[in-house]
Design a protein around this ligand. Structure first.
Ligand code: LMR
Length: 440
């Protein structure tokens, strides 16, 4: 399949039906567009492209379809003629297509994530999606491979796939932006240098989101150091709501739940109200004081206080590092699962009395945490993509669990990237050599 030789996007696919005979038909006709700057012809299954080249435009192309085929709104060949979606829209209950942009799309995390998104794990079995995949010059070919695998999977909900290397193109109209791509810290790389290298990526992506994404785009930053990258990103997107930027700490929440379940001898689903406070780093605080097992405070179920205060916290903080030692690379599948969990938590109502953790912009928070950083806290959602802070979690006073260290660390990281947030000259005095969960 020669992706680069073919053409166009069926705008007509937007809002396509998921039921009835058209569904299977539509599934066979998903699009793969190459979004490159300068724009070049976008890609489509070569079968369609070949037809187009040999036969010219099909005779039945309507004036409306021709209009849709204007540059930037490329309706291609058979899609223009076989998808009478306007008619379908009148007769079926359609859901508007959700555009999900993913950076680092040729990487390991994405390789797990994209197929989950396409299968409906986040938005449900009645929500069509478009995947807009951002890679780099170097990963472009791999990205084509990813797109081909997505095509070959025949997901009925996956209506469009675009790939590209320019965030200003790929992020266009994104409803969600999952920012995974970042450079991992290699041997001998100072944390300050990592903050600068990755910070530049997130500054650029923030600017691009600001310019072209949906005004209500939800951004989940996964690339490390994710809290400060999220801060950089939101500072570079002044026209978007800071509230809509998240740093992924759901993986830490999941890890903490797993450890408590193991110790208590219960299944994971019995553990609730798990807060991760702070930074996605080894200073994070997994809050066992407010968490519950089977509706009871953890300390009533797990009597081993020494384990809770010493082993549990460190195990969660360092889980990523232990995993790297075993795998030889950082977590990918469980990270993808936690991204799905984080998204699902925003699009489904939080169960009564429970909450989830996510790194959010601190402004007017009730816990006295410094303003103007991205800090993981307990949140709830009505399922509309938005969230509110849970404000009445009992404040942790146990010195073993203070989140002061995380706060100090994030403030120092912020000073380190001041040149990327428009706040003057950077000054890097990171407390000790603070670590990502993967660094030990
Ligand atoms: C993780 O928590 O598994 C990763 O953030 C680790 C890392 O440093 O990549």
């Amino acid at each position: 399949m020669d992706l680069s030789s073919s053409l166009a996007t069926p705008q007509a696919l937007r809002g396509g039906s998921l039921t009835g005979p058209l569904a299977a038909h539509a599934a066979r006709r998903r699009s793969v567009q190459l979004l490159l700057r300068p724009r070049r012809p976008t890609a489509r299954c070569s079968v369609d492209a070949a037809k187009q080249q040999v036969q010219g435009p099909p005779a039945a192309v309507t004036a409306e379809a021709e209009a849709e085929a204007a540059p930037g709104k490329e309706c291609f060949g058979v899609f223009c003629t076989t998808y009478d979606l306007k008619a379908d829209e009148k007769t079926r209950s359609w859901k508007k297509l959700v555009n999900v942009a993913v950076s680092g799309a040729a990487g390991m995390i994405s390789n797990h994530l994209l197929f989950k998104l396409a299968s409906g794990e986040v938005f449900g079995q009645d929500q069509p999606i478009a995947l807009k995949l951002l890679g780099s010059e170097r990963s472009l070919q791999a990205l084509e491979g990813v797109a081909m695998e997505l095509e070959d999977s025949l997901y009925p909900l996956l209506r469009e796939v675009s790939i590209g290397i320019d965030p200003y193109v790929v992020f266009e109209d994104a409803d969600w932006a999952l920012l995974i791509g970042a450079k991992p810290r290699g041997p001998g790389v100072e944390r300050a240098a990592l903050l600068d290298i990755n910070g530049q990526i997130f500054a650029e992506q923030g600017k691009a989101l600001n310019a072209v994404a949906s005004r209500n785009v939800k951004v989940i930053v996964v690339g490390n150091p994710c809290n400060t990258n999220a801060l950089i990103c939101l500072k570079n997107a002044p026209n978007l709501q800071a509230k809509n930027f998240h740093a992924l700490t759901r993986l830490d929440e999941n890890r903490a739940k797993c450890q408590l379940a193991l110790k208590a001898g219960v299944f994971y689903d019995k553990v609730s109200n798990m807060t991760i406070w702070g930074n996605h780093s080894t200073t994070q605080v997994p809050d066992f004081l407010n968490a519950k097992i089977d509706g009871k405070p953890v300390k009533e179920v797990i009597k081993d206080t020494k384990w809770l205060e010493e082993d549990f916290t460190v195990t969660v903080q360092k889980r990523g590092g232990v995993l790297i030692q075993k795998w030889g690379r950082s977590s990918a599948a469980s990270t993808a699962v936690s991204i799905v969990d984080a998204m699902r938590s925003l699009v489904t109502p939080t169960p009564e009395g429970d909450w989830f953790s996510t790194g959010v912009y601190t402004t007017g928070n009730p816990y006295g945490i410094a303003e103007d950083i991205v800090f993981s806290m307990p949140c709830r959602s009505k399922g509309d993509g938005d969230y509110e802070l849970v404000k009445d979690v009992v404040q942790v006073t146990d010195p073993a669990m203070t989140f002061l260290q995380s706060e100090v660390e994030l403030i120092a990281e912020k000073r380190c990237v001041a040149h990327l947030t428009g706040e003057g000259n950077a000054f890097c005095d990171l407390p000790g050599d603070t670590m990502l969960p993967g660094e030990m």
